[in-house]
Write a protein that binds this ligand. Structure first.
Ligand code: ZN
Length: 679
């Protein structure tokens, strides 16, 4: 798999939803590291000497190749090939293209190609360094496997044993099992090994304090910077708890170690048997209580079983469902429901042209793909659980795990596992939810209530204008003395249902707990920030004459919008129906808003604040996101936090700290009908 398939080109800083892992192992190999099998994966014996602060690196890599006529590889542009040998004889490599090389082999027997490589890992803060590329600095070195800092075999999977040396004050950690380590006055060195064919090693080093916890035969460690080292025990206890939880529900943890490594970068990344998390993020409560669970679970979904990307990425949605959503459900049904409603609101904010079928989701490149590949997909797993029942769902996952651990799996494999445990065909389910974009729409048609022998008969029509969806729809009929709940199978555009109840009906509510993935109607969706930020036709208006404020506002728009912002003057927008991002100073706000036709201002919580973001709708229905700040400095303090509140209707800030946030109250919506006066 090529890394570009699995990694975002751009990654938003301090992402709360962490992004996935690149590949892992393909088959369950056993025996010696260097068993000579025809066409076997390349086997590397690597020695790395590294100085994190300067980025100086020297790599000696002995690569055993078996069953091939040549060895084609890629190498990071900042590395120089100092020498190459083939079976101990000097050799010249042939350059194929940009940082692509090939070594011709005399035959397909087993050969060892020896590399000596030297270079400087790009220093953070310089131009060629992006968040996800290799980087160095006094606070740590980041060398992700996909960046080809050892010869990266484009054929894919490798095995390795790697010795890493750093100065005594530093620590190094890599994906793979920690085999041994040694500290002397001058040096720290550690050896890592991967015997199941997997992805190239990812290596991390820096001025880390290491804390260890041994549990159930596993070695759990934190590699934290000094200022957060005090959080290590809480993190290790939490990781231990998550690993136990997923072992119980899925199957044995597939590695020997799990490490949590503090990153100088604002990221949250998963690699086999470790997670790399921004040092500023680690102290935030959501990281340990939620995001860590998500990262731990990626050791099963995404690494233990890798994704066959040709049919789409099933791992993010499944991880979101079993980690983020399951933790919400632990707190009670109300929390779980509010997460589902949030996902539906986010989907309602997604313009049709940015929607895509779940099968087409590969990785999170922007917020729009998160709404699909994480949220909608997690919702689909919720519906699958309701469709086949919790026991069949749980058994299906265990079956899927035991069949595909250390291998790669596609959607069809998941479907097969669930069909087996449910004992029936689920093709219709996977087809309708994976291959189509969009979602069902629901509304109520005509209804009648009449008195009959034994009580009251209520008839009602359920309309589904989008054809071809089939799902179970929960219906609640409330009467004077009891509530009746039923599940109705919806498959046609018109479904007529009838209830007979002893007591007089009060109201009927379709999908009262939001268990069906559907497109919410306008009156069910109070505007949220994403109604504006996800929309490519949105227009940004900056209403200020202060040049300093305008400059910060332009930067804020770039960070906030999920698409390139379009700037316009307010005067051009009197009747515009595009969404508007409106950024202004707090002082003459009322007058400005009148020009937008927003005389009726929403009621914000009565809390003193110096900056705010809130949403409203113009008379023509177009959503407006208003961002106000007392001055340029307060506005600047929103640059980092505000993009994380896309699912809210309002947020109040002082000095960049969110004081209050929330959603405008919901109408009961079109799926609720009062029946009291219907007789
Ligand atoms: Zn993830």
């Amino acid at each position: 798999m090529s890394p570009s398939n699995c990694w975002p080109n751009s990654h938003r800083a301090l992402s709360k939803l962490l992004i996935p892992i690149v590949a892992a192992a393909l088959c369950c190999a056993s025996g010696s590291l260097f068993a000579q099998v025809s066409n076997s994966p390349a086997e590397h014996v690597i020695e790395v000497s590294l100085t994190p602060a300067s980025g100086q690196i020297e790599i000696i890599d002995q690569v055993r190749i078996t069953g091939r006529e040549n060895y084609a590889f890629r190498l990071a542009p900042w590395l120089d090939i100092e020498s190459v040998t083939l079976d101990d004889r000097q050799l010249k490599v042939e350059r194929l293209g940009d940082h692509q090389y090939v070594v011709a082999l005399p035959d397909s027997k087993s050969h060892v190609i020896g590399f000596v490589l030297r270079g400087v890992v790009p220093v953070r803060g310089t131009q060629q360094v992006t968040t996800l590329s290799s980087s160095s600095g006094s606070d740590g070195v980041y060398l992700p496997g996909y960046d080809a800092w050892i010869p990266l075999d484009e054929a894919g999977l490798i095995r390795y044993r790697m010795l890493v040396k750093v100065a005594a004050g530093e620590r190094a950690v890599a994906s793979g099992k920690l085999i041994s380590e040694q500290t002397t006055n001058k040096q720290y060195q550690a050896t890592f090994e991967v015997t199941h064919p997997g992805e190239a090693p990812s290596l991390f080093a820096g001025p880390y304090r290491v804390t260890e916890r041994l549990s159930q035969g596993l070695r759990l460690r934190t590699y934290f910077h000094a200022e957060i080292a005090g959080l290590a025990d809480d993190y290790l206890a939490a990781a231990d708890g998550y690993i136990r939880r997923y072992q119980e529900s899925i199957g044995e943890y597939p590695y020997a170690d799990f490490h949590i490594v503090s990153a100088p970068l604002p990221v949250g990344l998963g690699f086999p048997n470790l997670t790399y998390v921004g040092r500023q993020v680690i102290p935030l409560p959501f990281m340990r209580t939620r995001s860590l669970a998500h990262e731990v679970l990626h050791n099963w979904w995404g690494n233990g079983v890798t994704v066959d990307y040709s049919s789409g990425n099933w791992a993010e949605g499944l991880t979101t469902y079993m980690a983020d959503y399951a933790l919400a459900r632990d707190k009670g049904e109300a929390e779980a429901r509010s997460m589902r409603v949030k996902w539906l609101r986010d989907f309602a904010a997604l313009p049709a042209q940015r929607d895509q079928p779940l099968r087409d989701f590969r990785s999170k490149q922007h917020q729009a793909s998160q709404v699909i590949g994480y949220n909608k997909l997690a919702f689909v797993f919720h519906m699958l659980t309701n469709e086949i029942g919790q026991p069949a769902f749980a058994d299906g996952l265990q079956r899927f795990w035991s069949k595909h651990v250390y291998g790669q799996a596609a959607w069809a494999d998941l479907q097969a596992a669930f069909e087996r445990t449910a004992g029936r065909d689920l093709d219709w389910f996977f087809r309708q939810w994976l291959q189509r974009s969009g979602a069902p729409r629901l509304s109520l048609g005509a209804h009648s209530v009449e008195q009959v022998a034994g009580g009251y008969r209520t008839r009602i029509e359920i309309l589904q204008p989008v054809t071809g969806y089939r799902f179970k729809l929960p219906v609640l009929l409330a009467t004077a003395d009891a509530d009746q709940r039923q599940e109705i199978m919806i498959s046609d555009t018109l479904t007529r249902v009838e209830f007979v109840t002893p007591a007089k009906p009060r109201y009927i509510h379709l999908d009262p707990d939001s268990d069906v993935f559907r497109r919410l109607q306008r009156d069910e969706t109070p505007p949220i920030l994403r109604d504006v930020t996800l929309n490519p036709s949105a227009i940004t208006v900056i209403a200020s004459t202060d040049t300093g404020f305008v400059e910060v506002a332009r930067n804020l728009a770039v960070g906030l919008m999920d698409v390139e912002p379009r700037f316009e003057a307010l005067t051009a927008l009197q009747n515009a129906d595009q969404p508007i991002l409106f950024i202004t100073t707090s002082n003459n706000l009322a007058q400005q808003l009148t020009q937008l036709g927003l005389e009726q201002l929403p009621e914000l919580p009565d809390i003193a604040h110096s900056a705010a973001a809130w949403t409203a709708r113009r008379a023509n229905g177009a959503p407006v996101l208003v961002v106000t700040a007392e001055n340029a400095l307060e506005l600047r303090s929103l640059l980092r936090p505000l993009p994380h509140y896309g699912g809210q209707s309002y947020v109040l800030f002082t000095a960049g700290r969110a004081l209050s946030r929330g959603l405008w109250p919901l109408g009961r919506g079109t799926l609720y009908r009062d029946l009291q006066d219907s007789l």
